[in-house]
Design a protein around this ligand. Structure first.
Ligand code: PEP
Length: 250
C-alpha cells in the first residue's frame, strides 16, 4: 500500500523574522492538501518563532546532538528542539557530514537520541559524483544507511530516510527515474532486513534539486514516498506546486 507522502523543506541557513510571513503562507497553503504531510526544517534559532507562528504545522530542526546535555558548545539537544516546538529533525545531511565531519556512528546516535525523545527523524544518505561515476552509488548509499540507521524504531517519533545524491543538491542535476528507483528499492530492502515488516512503513524521500517541473515525475517512482526540498522550499510559489504534485494534482 502506498504511504502518505511527506514533503519536507530544508531551509538550511536561511530565515529571519521577516521570513515568518512566508512560513505562514506555506503552512496556510499546505492545509489544502491534507493527503500530504508537509513540514519545514528551519534554523534552530528560528524554531520557536516559527512554531508559534504556525501552531499545529510541523516545524523541524536540521540537526541534533546525540547527548542529552553537557559541554557541547553551540549544539542543540533533542529535548531542546522539542522544547522550542519542533516535532522532527533532519540528521546526517551531506552538508553536515562534509563540513562537520559527521560520521555514520554519530548520525546513528543522533537519530536514536531524537527518536527516543519523541522527535521524528529524516535520516539522509547519498553518494558523491565520484562514487556514482565509479558505479558504486548503490553499495555506498546502502553501506552509509546500514551504519547510520538506529538500532530500533522505538519511540513516538517516526523514522524517514532521505536519499540525497550529493551531486544533485542545489545543482539542478537530477538522477534518472530508473537511478532513483534502483536506490530507493535497495533502501527499502535494507529497511525490511533491519526492521522486518516495520521497514514497510518507513518513508523514503528523494532529495536533490526537486522543483515544480520535475516533482510529479519523481513522485511517480516506486518507493518514493516524498521529498526533502532545499532551495525550492523557500518560497510558497515554488514549494506548494511540489506539495500539489505529491497530492497527485499536477
Ligand atoms: C537539500 O539540501 O536537502 C536539498 C535537497 O537541496 P536542493 O533541493 O536545493 O537541491
Amino acid at each position: 500500500m502506498a504511504l502518505k507522502k511527506l514533503v519536507a523543506g530544508n531551509w538550511k541557513m536561511h530565515g529571519l523574522s521577516s521570513d515568518l510571513a512566508e512560513i505562514q503562507a506555506i503552512a496556510d497553503a499546505s492545509r489544502q492538501y491534507p493527503q500530504v504531510d508537509v513540514a519545514l526544517c528551519v534554523p534552530a534559532i528560528m524554531i520557536e518563532r516559527a512554531a508559534r507562528t504556525v501552531p499545529g504545522f510541523p516545524i523541524g530542526g536540521q540537526d541534533v546532538h546525540y547527548s542529552e546535555k553537557g559541554a557541547h558548545t553551540g549544539c542543540t539537544s533533542a529535548q531542546m528542539l522539542l522544547d522550542a516546538g519542533a516535532v522532527l529533525t533532519i540528521v546526517g545531511h551531506s552538508e553536515r557530514r562534509d563540513s562537520q565531519r559527521e560520521t555514520d556512528a554519530e548520525v546513528k546516535a543522533k537519530a536514536e537520541a531524537a527518536l527516543s525523545c519523541g522527535l521524528s527523524v529524516i535520516l539522509c544518505v547519498g553518494e558523491s559524483l565520484e562514487v556514482r561515476e565509479q558505479g558504486k552509488a548503490v553499495e555506498t548509499a546502502i553501506a552509509q544507511l546500514d551504519a547510520s540507521l538506529p538500532e530500533t524504531m522505538e519511540g513516538e517519533g517516526e523514522l524517514a530516510v532521505a536519499y540525497e545524491p550529493i551531486w544533485a543538491i542545489g545543482t539542478g542535476k537530477v538522477p534518472t527515474t530508473s537511478e532513483i528507483a534502483e536506490i530507493h528499492g535497495a533502501i527499502r530492502r535494507c529497511l525490511l532486513e533491519r526492521y522486518g515488516a516495520g521497514g514497510e512503513q518507513v518513508r523514503i524521500l528523494y532529495g536533490g534539486s526537486v522543483k515544480p517541473s520535475n516533482a510529479a515525475e519523481i513522485f511517480s517512482v516506486e518507493d518514493v514516498d516524498g521529498a526533502l526540498v532545499g532551495g525550492a522550499s523557500l518560497k510558497t510559489a515554488d514549494f506548494i506546486p511540489i506539495v500539489e504534485a505529491a497530492a497527485g494534482i499536477s
